[in-house]
Design a binder for this molecule. Structure first.
Ligand code: MF3
Ligand code: CO
Length: 259
């Protein structure tokens, strides 16, 4: 394999049905888990519920055991950015900003997606509303740039530009990725632009685009548990993730959801 080929994974049309099925399973699991989240529930309870929800899709967790990850899903509350582990004493309160990230392995492929919402469905403060709207919009703009002829860096630029417009901090330590037979495949998809514009986008690439944006500064720290990533300044963070198939007819969102 040449360097250029190793830097990106391209799937064939005969694989699309199985890729779509894995992505759908992951999206439906997120929608169900959002609907089941109640004030007073612990993140440990929600993680336990996720076992059954994921099983009901016919798949299994793609996160459990990945590099030793101990949970079924990731549940990140308020200043937690990503990779929060469900715990029995971590109670979710009305008004908390919770992000759920779910990976499902099904039929040889992996679906991966995430959303952020307010527990109890309360009206958010002005700042939290800006955070949720801005992060969702950054994802939408990133997806719109996922077309043949563009490069990975065009997705990054669209996400970063939208984050800046909403005055949100862009996390740099964690990035999006291609996703197919493996959870993380090349190329990486940063939410900020760098020196290289990255590989060209081709039909058959399956991209997990996932802005992680903060109300405060971009910097993050990792807890002693080795997983939970939180904002250094304690500000609230949001995370939205969709999987997208690059086609000649434009980006096909594989993980469309209600939430
Ligand atoms: N959606 C995240 C990612 O793409 C979740 C990975 S968490 C882990 O990296 F549990 F799998 F490690
Ligand atoms: Co991901």
């Amino acid at each position: 394999m040449s360097g250029a080929e190793k830097s990106r994974v391209v799937y064939g049309e005969e694989e699309y049905p199985a890729i779509r099925a894995a992505a759908r399973a992951a999206a439906e699991a997120v929608d169900q888990l959002v609907a089941m989240t109640r004030p007073g529930m612990s993140t440990g309870e929600l993680d336990a519920v996720a076992t059954a929800v994921i099983a009901s899709t016919g798949g299994e967790s793609a996160f459990l055991g990945y590099r030793g990850y101990p949970g079924q899903i990731c549940i990140s509350v308020n200043d937690e950015v990503v990779h929060g582990i469900g715990l029995p004493d971590r109670i979710m309160r009305r008004g908390d900003v919770v992000s759920l990230d779910v990976g499902v392995q099904l039929g040889g492929f992996i679906g991966d997606n995430a959303t952020t919402f307010i527990v109890g469905g309360d009206t958010p403060s002005k700042d939290v509303a800006r955070l949720l709207k801005g992060t969702r919009e950054a994802l939408d703009e990133g997806i719109a740039a996922a077309v043949p002829g563009n490069r990975i860096g065009d997705i990054s630029a669209a996400v970063e530009r939208t984050a800046k417009r909403h005055r949100l901090g862009v996390v740099r330590e964690y990035v999006g990725h291609a996703c197919g037979r493996e959870l993380h495949e090349p190329p990486e998809i940063p939410n900020f632009t760098g020196r290289s514009k990255g590989p060209a986008l081709k039909p058959g690439m399956v991209l997990a685009i996932e802005p992680m944006l903060n109300l405060g500064k971009r910097h993050v720290v990792t807890d002693k548990d080795g997983w939970t990533v939180r904002t250094r300044d304690g500000s609230v963070s949001a995370h939205f993730e969709h999987m997208v198939l690059v086609t000649n007819d434009g980006p096909e969102i594989l993980t469309w959801r209600k939430t």
